[in-house]
Design a binder for this molecule. Structure first.
Ligand code: PLP
Length: 675
């Protein structure tokens, strides 16, 4: 027997919000829900020092820095470096390892100058270095590392003659720079330039491992990988160096088992194999000193600590322990000294520092289009003239009750489908179609309401949620700011950054402001069920009040991969620092692209656009099609828009008053009163 007594909804607490958005599972201690209902940032991943994220966003707005804005917390970046170092230090101690550990940050993960400079600055105490994968990246890093010639620069990726010449010369400049040989022609170029400039180079080689990587980027490893040498080629390199009396120049052995390794097992296999190759080469007389295990240390985006594509089933200490243990035990077995372990960890260093905060511009959905006055049987008109499916819908709506939720829902779906078919054949009027839609949504709402009130599971609740979910229009471009959500279905934690002391009463998907139907986010983390969900719990928008959402853990790869779809440019970026009392200040501000900058990127000459339009306006006012004032107004708009942000700003966000061309209802705009 089902219990059909209405359940009393308990009072909503901030703890409920933390549970709903699963903050403790994915935040690694950097974010919590504060008592005020605001999202709090903890730069040290500890309860003490905290900053109110909503306060930061409001504070930025008063300084004229509007959403969307990418907020980087430099202190989190510093903390990530410490965390990595500490984990390896502990593993080195516990395993009695006699070598040391150095991280080299692969700048492709986030090449923004302030980020790379900060990594380099904060990594100084641990001698952490940098990794580059292209000529431009090398140029950036070579100039930046003048004061710290002993910190390693690892050069991966395809290299041409000039690239390798520059690397060899940088050795003369005093840099500790290691070109990693990806193919034999690069090896020949290194020999050529080393001879020409009389340099004894430090050479690295990337090995094609037989153990396949794991996860989405597993192709980076294994025999089919794009990079690296087969065992036979590796031996060829060694013998050639040996013949030249340069076996000691082979300094580093490298592999890259793929980014975001989900399963620790894949790492164990890769590192074990690499360590054996290392040991053999040392026994043969190579001067190896470094073993480089590449990238791959993952981020638990969905907080499930599992092997889903957006999670990992290990922690940083476990990763460090595995690497140190594997390398150490192989070296012990073979009786060789312990090398310096290098990891090229990018994602795990950079992801947590950045939060993209964006505002919701309005929402649309069935509930908006429902109206107050649902028709009664009588108001539909003469019974004989009301199409049967419409009558069925009305019946389904009026007969919803706890004991027959599924039945009513199925009846409503069937009747709705029949109505739409009739409309398609020209047998149902537009008015009747509108009534059918409203009745269907109203039935769904009642079913959902009663399913929530009584303690009776309704199997198709997910379907129902999808029908009823709203679209929240957000001031961002997915393609520019969260490209992986579009390109590879990457999930990031997304949630409101305020009003967390209020029960969210809406469920919706997010649509961006590009004119692209792919510009949406409709899949969200659901670690509770080790799955994804297709709607996010959100709050009802309030007139005249901004509603801000945050996308978290976006510091790795997103900025670099973002593109200019619809010419939405880079967002504003701020680097926030925090003092001991939790007071914050802006250390660095990088203003977002202006319209004329993005136009320039696609070869428009912004300087000539304005004069062209001015001539047009002049002509129009001369011919009486426009007054001089109107022409002036248009030109003023044009000029300021060229210099302005590519995203919508509070002052210029036109109120959205009527229905927009979106399925399922009208738009409400929370910011319309401000404008
Ligand atoms: N090293 C190399 C050679 C890579 O190709 C990559 C990225 O794919 C990395 C390091 C960084 O990997 P991750 O961000 O997973 O640490």
């Amino acid at each position: 027997m089902r219990d059909s007594r209405p359940a009393v909804q308990p009072e909503w607490t901030v703890g409920d919000a933390a549970d709903l958005y699963q903050v403790p599972t994915w935040s690694q201690g950097y974010f919590t829900v504060g008592r005020t209902g605001h999202l709090m940032v903890h730069p040290d991943a500890a309860p003490g020092r905290e900053i109110d994220l909503f306060d930061v966003v409001e504070g930025l707005a008063t300084r004229g820095i509007h959403a969307p804005v990418l907020i980087r917390f430099s202190d989190i970046l510093a903390h990530r470096l410490h965390r990595l170092h500490d984990a390896f230090e502990a593993a080195i101690r516990e395993n009695g390892y006699r070598g040391r550990y150095i991280a080299v940050y692969p700048i492709k993960v986030n090449q923004q100058r302030p980020v790379v400079e900060e990594v380099f600055r904060y990594g100084r105490e641990f001698d952490f270095g940098l990794e580059v994968g292209s000529k431009p990246e090398l140029l950036a890093v070579m100039a930046m590392t003048g004061e710290a010639g002993d910190r390693p620069i690892i050069c991966n990726g395809f290299k041409d003659d000039r690239y390798i010449e520059a690397v060899v010369l940088a050795t003369k400049l005093g840099r500790t720079i290691v070109p990693v040989v990806e193919n034999l022609s690069e090896f020949r170029l290194i020999l050529k330039h080393a001879e020409r400039y009389d340099v004894r180079p430090s050479i690295g080689v990337r090995v094609k491992l037989s153990s396949a990587g794991a996860g989405r980027w597993s192709d980076s490893s294994g025999y089919r990988s794009k990079f690296g040498l087969f065992a036979a080629e590796l031996l060829q390199v060694f013998y050639e160096l040996e013949a030249r009396g340069q076996a000691d120049c082979l300094k580093l052995l490298h592999c890259h088992p793929g980014s975001q390794i989900q399963e620790i097992r894949a790492l164990k296999e890769a590192v074990g194999e690499l360590a054996h190759v290392y040991a053999e080469l040392v026994e043969m007389g190579a001067g190896l000193e470094y073993i480089d295990v590449g990238g791959g240390l993952g981020v638990d985006y969905d907080g499930s600590q599992s092997v889903t594509a957006t999670s990992i089933n290990y922690s940083i200490p476990e990763y460090a322990n595995e690497v140190v243990y594997r390398v150490g035990s192989v070296c012990e077995e073979r009786g060789i000294s312990h090398p310096t372990i290098i990891s090229e960890s990018g994602r795990a260093i950079a992801a947590y520092q950045s939060i993209l905060v964006f505002n919701v511009l309005g929402s649309s959905g069935p509930t908006h289009a429902l109206g107050d006055d649902l028709p009664s049987t009588r108001s539909l008109g003469d019974e004989d003239e009301v199409p049967g499916p419409l009558r069925d819908l009305l019946l389904a709506y009026h007969s919803v009750e706890a004991s027959r939720l599924g039945e009513c829902y199925h009846d409503a779906v069937q009747a709705r489908d029949q109505c739409m078919r009739l409309f398609g054949l020209g047998y149902l009027s537009l008015e009747h179609r509108a009534i059918a839609e409203r009745l269907f949504w109203a039935t769904c709402l009642r079913v959902r309401e009663i399913a929530g009130e009584v303690d009776s599971p309704f199997e198709e609740l997910e379907d129902l949620e999808a029908v009823l979910s709203e679209t929240f229009f957000c001031n961002l471009s997915v393609f520019q700011s969260l490209p992986d959500t579009w390109a590879i279905d990457q999930l990031f934690p997304i949630m409101p950054i305020h009003r967390l002391d209020e029960r969210p009463t809406r469920r919706g998907v997010l649509a961006d402001i590009t004119c692209d139907s792919d510009g949406k986010i409709d899949t969200f983390i659901d670690p509770e069920n080790r799955d994804v969900k297709h709607g996010l719990e959100l709050h009802e928008l309030r007139q005249g009040e901004s509603y801000y959402l945050g996308a978290f853990l976006v510091g790795a790869y997103q900025e670099t991969l973002g593109d200019l779809h619809n010419l939405f440019g880079d967002t504003n970026v701020v680097h926030i620092r925090v003092d001991g009392d939790g007071d914050w200040w802006i250390e660095e501000l990088v203003e977002g692209d202006t319209a004329s900058q993005v136009l320039g990127y696609v070869q428009y000459d912004a300087a000539s656009l304005y004069p062209t339009l001015r001539r047009d306006c002049e002509k129009a006012s001369k011919e009486g099609r426009m007054t001089v004032e109107e022409s002036r107004a248009l030109l003023d708009f044009y000029r300021s828009a060229l210099d302005g942000y590519t995203y919508l700003l509070p002052e210029s966000t036109a109120p959205v008053t009527g229905p927009v061309a979106s399925p399922g209802g009208a738009v409400t705009s929370p910011e319309s009163e401000r404008t």
